[in-house]
Design a protein around this ligand. Sequence first.
Ligand SMILES: Nc1ncnc2c1ncn2[C@@H]1O[C@H](COP(=O)(O)OP(=O)(O)OP(=O)(O)O)[C@@H](O)[C@H]1O
Length: 234
Amino acid sequence: MLEVEGLHSFYGDAHVLHGASLTLPEGEVLALLGRNGMGKTTLIRSIMGLRPPAVRQGSIRWKGEELLGLPAHEIARRRVGIVPQGRRLFPSLTVLEHLTTLKPARATGGWTVAKAFEFFPRLAERKANRGHELSGGERQMLAIARALMTDPALLLMDEPTEGLAPVMVQQVERIVLELRRAGLTILLVEQNLYSALALADRVSILETGRVVHEAAASEAGHDHATLTRFLGVH
Ligand SMILES: Nc1ncnc2c1ncn2[C@@H]1O[C@H](COP(=O)(O)OP(=O)(O)OP(=O)(O)O)[C@@H](O)[C@H]1O
């Protein structure tokens, strides 16, 4: 279980998270929704221990253990992985190099390069291509594959379908569902409401740094008043 409680995060003096709380049981997908600038990326970065922001108050427990205060690499060792917004790949590294920097090619346990290529056949075809030579969809797949090489049990995904053509959005959705079937716990920031509702068990809506609404995804889709109020959906 991931339990985020009363989180206050800051960029310098700018107070962005105002007591954000959420819970995510193991094996479930929680979609974190909210308009631009409401603090979704800040919440994801706070959980992963990435700085900035500075977290000044609250707690983040994963499987009962407090993560707040641990450096990002220690959080990664506790099997928390991130697919960051904007992919964050290295333009001059090849697809294969992106994967083997995190896990040697000879490794046999968990997610291996071979398993990643089986899961993402398109990346296998492009394994010698460099980051800057990949399409938007291929980059997103590589960002996901790279996160998997750390063998996460909890995967934080920040807008994985952002900027992708509809056919690629569908592929990324399929990947999220397969990862969920494989037993991963997923916190998904998703601008596309319909993707979020299709993929998630539950949704949490963030408004100016606080979770203001939580619901089962199956109910949220019918709750037009809430969707209009917090997400501007008509
Ligand atoms: N590095 C930073 N320094 C200062 N302020 C920041 C920084 N990153 C984000 N902010 C501010 O914090 C607030 C929340 O941003 P955040 O990126 O978490 O929102 P978001 O909900 O993920 O939005 P988006 O969908 O646009 O990514 C915004 O007002 C933003 O301008």
